[in-house]
Write a protein that binds this ligand. Structure first.
Ligand code: ARG
Length: 477
């Protein structure tokens, strides 16, 4: 493709391999629409400035509208989408094509397009995460009484409920949306008008352009605005945070659905089997989900290293950063979609889960009861409960052994039934009194609060996303 800007300084065409090697055409399709909008806003600003006539501007906007409709392929030998669009506008409305780069560089245009597109995609992803959070909390509500063990050091630690476990993931995912939202702030600064590096002598109305494209403010420093990609680190880090949550969830699904734990059953729709071992039921979706953190970290690492030791103005290295963001958003989006489906359909194997919660899993309740009701010091009570647990594990606990244990500490023995009842998982869970505990009543209360929080965040994002599409619709609808 003939580049409109090349003939002056460089008289020979670029080597074809070199052109392909340095071109961003292959991935600029990701910012196709956003770049069209950026050009539309600039054309309107040029018209406002009196540089192009109203009829010319209207003609050029018509061309841009047709690009949104037809989505022509960007030739691989074009340097990038910016040059491609300029050449198309030049062909159709030469008076506008001739002026399209006045006061605008690819350096400010590309960041504007990336930020605009990032907002659109992150809004869509946030909506998806909200759905997942709602699913987690709704299922948590349903399973608030379903006994389920919780672990520390991957050792059975206490009886809880499946609803309590699901809620913990809901809370974590909700936090990751807040991190994404905070990272989006940096995408609200419109760089247009910064031109290539130091601003421009063309008195372009930066605020007007920003508003036309739905940005909240204009960037402060042209050098920073054109060449900083720090906002990508913020977004990718927040996406990584989301992935870490997904990864823990997936790991738990893999573990708990294994025969050894056996407390969950992964639905067939999300399992595969072995091509040789007929007995296998493999939790393949969760396995892939678990590993996405590694892939995300790879993308973040890649962007980090591209940005490291960059001198301050634009360098073409920066071009290589943004495809990583689109890839990351896509990966998280797909994973979240599957998480939502799994949350909806995974089944608790109640007998196994109940068994795992049985004595001595609630051994701390023996110690707590001895302390609170029998006036025993907690350290002593803890030792008694430990001895009882050990004896239970070796299946040697009877009234005689219990009497010995209590007498070793100079205490009057309790009845074995009374001690076992302190470890009854249903009673133990209902005895939890503090807010944030696994007590079904507390879980339900917290779920209601969380659900209303989610609704209000969701509302806010829906409004912002609608505002943005309205603004763009007004620009080129
Ligand atoms: N394709 C480039 C990118 O994605 C656009 C900016 C190129 N600027 C330049 N001066 N060559 O970053």
């Amino acid at each position: 493709m003939e580049a409109p800007h090349r003939g002056g300084m460089l008289s020979r065409k670029m080597d074809e391999d070199a052109a392909r090697y340095t071109s961003s055409s292959a991935f600029d399709k990701e910012i196709f629409e956003a770049t069209v909008y950026v050009n539309a806003a600039h054309i309107k600003a040029l018209e406002k400035l009196g540089v192009i006539k109203h009829e010319e501007s209207a003609e050029a906007l018509k061309v841009l509208r047709s690009l949104l409709r037809d989505r022509p392929e960007i030739p691989q030998t074009a340097e990038d989408i910016h040059i491609f669009i300029e050449s198309l506008v030049s062909k159709a409305v030469p008076a506008v094509g001739e002026m399209l780069a006045l006061g605008k560089s690819r350096n400010d245009a590309v960041v504007a397009a990336v930020k605009l597109e990032a907002k659109r995609r992150i809004y869509a992803l946030m909506k998806r995460i909200f759905e997942a959070v709602e699913e987690l909390l709704n299922r948590s509500m349903i399973e608030r009484d379903t006994l389920f063990p919780v672990y520390t050091h991957l050792q059975k630690a206490a009886p809880a409920t499946f609803g309590f476990v699901l809620q913990s993931y809901g809370v974590r995912l909700l936090r990751s949306v807040l991190a994404l939202n905070a990272a989006l702030d940096a995408c609200e600064e419109c760089p247009l008008g910064s031109a290539a590096v130091a601003g421009t002598s063309i008195p372009i109305d930066r605020r007007y352009i920003a508003e036309t494209l739905g940005f909240k403010k204009i960037s402060v420093n042209a050098l920073e605005a054109t060449a900083s990609r720090d906002f990508l680190i913020g977004l990718l880090s927040a996406l990584l945070q989301t992935c870490i949550v997904l990864s823990s969830f997936a790991e738990e699904m893999v573990l708990y659905s294994s025969e050894e734990f056996g407390v969950l059953s992964m639905p067939e729709e999300f399992s595969a089997t072995s091509s040789i071992m007929p007995q296998k039921r493999n939790p393949v979706v969760a396995e892939i989900m678990r590993t996405k953190t590694a892939e995300l970290l790879g993308l973040l690492t890649s962007v980090t290293l591209i940005l490291t030791r960059q001198p301050s103005g634009y360098n073409l290295d920066l071009q290589q950063t943004t495809p990583k963001l689109w890839k990351a958003v896509e990966e998280v989006d797909e994973s979240i979609k599957l998480l939502t489906k799994i949350v909806k359909s995974v089944e608790v194997v109640r007998t196994k889960a109940l068994e795992a919660c049985g004595p001595p899993t609630a051994a701390v309740e023996v110690a707590n009861t001895l302390s609170m009701e029998k006036g025993v010091g907690f350290r002593t009570a803890h030792q008694i409960a430990a001895k009882i647990s050990k004896s239970l594990a070796s299946k040697t606990l009877d009234q005689e052994r219990l009497n010995e244990i209590f007498r070793e500490h100079g205490l009057e023995p309790l009845k074995i039934e009374e001690v076992l009842s302190m470890m009854d998982p249903v009673k133990a869970v209902s005895r939890y009194v503090v807010d944030g505990s696994a007590n079904p009543v507390k879980v339900a209360e917290a779920n209601l609060l969380l659900l209303s929080e989610v609704r209000s965040y969701k509302n806010d994002i829906q409004l912002r996303s609608k505002d943005l599409s309205d603004v763009l619709e007004r620009l080129l609808g």
